[in-house]
Write a protein that binds this ligand. Structure first.
Ligand code: GLV
Length: 419
């Protein structure tokens, strides 16, 4: 079992309806016209240089999976119950034995420290302050040891190469830092085909070109508040967590990103990591019930059903559409979901279909970029306030009451979920 940790010592912030109901009254200035998570993108587009914004907002190829993530949530109908008088509503959720104040957390996102000053630390701290968790990304620019130490963060997401020695060394490094839950992402044997990045000249490492300098200069708030501040206070960011050793700096002319070997990653490498890891072991990026059965049989504790926010295989089905089929193979594993969650009703639909927890990505990072911790708090509060209102409108007081009875599924989904 994982050791007692800083996060264990911090009691989960209990849900306070009065606080979330007031979410809108403490909107940060740059988010004053954002009334829902879907509004954060427009504000971020004005604030971030085109390549940084495009990297976060972008999706693979034609954006079919990206669109399906939203459309498929929208295709599920809700059937509210009336006159049940739930004055007190709770969003408390237990995940791997810990109680969180919300049923959603922050998905792992690379390059957070390029979009927001000290982004990885800001996201983790803001999540904890609001009684939830952020998963730290392997493509982060902050040493995982610092994030674990300063924020109490206990969930790390790794990209493993298909090389047993490197898998074992990295697993040991993550464990030494005190992380308790290891999330291994399996949908990135190669990078997705993201044409937005090609159009904007976003490459990793970033190439210091006159165009990049101009793109930065046209966003002065970001240039001084994030880029210059980072260089002055924290130094040149590096790829810190892709391997056991520190990777190259983000801004370089000739360095090749240390992403080698992912194509060779196979089940036996993941099994070795599972056997070595003492805490909770989670696979992220599974959509096929057959893979779920493999994950279950190899001793995974959980899965995150995900199409990587539509950033990998374009045309991959949405996680919400995959969920019913997946649950049939999940056994005792904890089933979580990300990709396309933007509304309180999305969260509730995922829970009703059997997910135990969901993760939200891009809007949280936009919040951090635009207003630091206050922007992330605002995003979390808005979503929590929606869930609270939706629970009242549906006639439930506890999330455990959110069952399939409240849903009308489109035919394809109904068919997939048939026993
Ligand atoms: C990294 O995981 C990305 O989606 O860019």
């Amino acid at each position: 079992m994982p050791n007692e940790t800083a996060q264990d010592a911090t009691p989960a912030v209990r849900y306070e309806p009065a606080v979330t109901a007031r979410a809108r009254s403490h909107a940060p200035f740059r988010l004053r016209r954002a009334f829902a998570l879907e509004d954060f993108e427009a504000a971020a587009r004005r604030h971030l240089p085109a390549p940084v914004f495009g990297y976060i907002a972008g999706a693979a190829e034609t954006g079919r999976s990206f669109a399906a993530n939203r459309l498929d949530f929208g295709a599920i109908g809700l059937v509210p119950r009336s006159l049940r008088g739930h004055v007190h509503r709770s969003q408390e959720t237990v995940l791997f034995g810990k109680t969180y104040a919300r049923p959603f957390g922050i998905a792992p996102m690379g390059f957070s420290a390029l979009a927001a000053y000290d982004g990885d630390v800001v996201l983790a701290k803001a999540a904890h302050t609001r009684g939830t968790l952020a998963i730290m990304s392997a493509t982060s620019l902050t040493a995982l040891e610092r994030v674990a130490e300063e924020t109490g963060s206990r969930w790390f997401q790794a990209y493993f190469p298909g090389d047993m020695a490197r898998v074992e060394a990295m697993t040991d490094r993550i464990a030494r830092a005190g992380f308790e839950t290891l999330v291994v992402t399996v949908d990135v044997p190669v990078n997705g085909n993201r044409e937005t990045d090609l159009r904007n000249g976003f490459a990793t490492p970033l190439k210091p070109t006159p165009r990049l300098a101009w793109q930065g200069m046209t966003r002065p708030a970001w240039l001084f508040g994030t880029a210059y501040k980072t260089l002055r206070r924290l130094g040149m960011p590096h790829f810190e967590n892709l391997d056991v050793d520190r990777g190259p700096p983000i801004l370089a002319r000739n360095l090749i990103r240390s992403f080698s070997g992912r194509e060779q990653l196979r089940w036996e490498h993941v099994q070795a990591a599972r056997d070595r890891w003492k805490g909770n072991f989670v696979l992220k990026g599974v959509l096929s019930p057959r893979d779920v059965a493999m994950a279950r049989d190899m001793g995974c504790d959980g899965i995150i059903v995900s199409n990587h926010g539509g950033r990998q295989l374009d045309g991959a089905i949405s996680p919400i559409a995959a969920l019913p089929g997946i649950l049939q193979e999940a056994g005792e594993m904890t089933v979580m979901l990300d990709s396309g969650v933007r509304r309180g009703t999305d969260v509730l639909k995922a829970l009703a279909l059997g997910a135990q927890f969901v993760f939200v990505g891009r809007p949280m990072l936009y919040g951090a970029a635009l207003a630091g911790a206050a922007g992330v708090h605002y995003a979390i509060d808005l979503l929590s306030a929606e869930i609270d209102r939706d629970m009242a409108l549906l006639g439930i007081g506890e999330l455990s009451e959110m069952t399939r009875d409240f849903l009308v599924l489109p035919e394809a989904l109904e068919h997939r979920s048939a026993p």
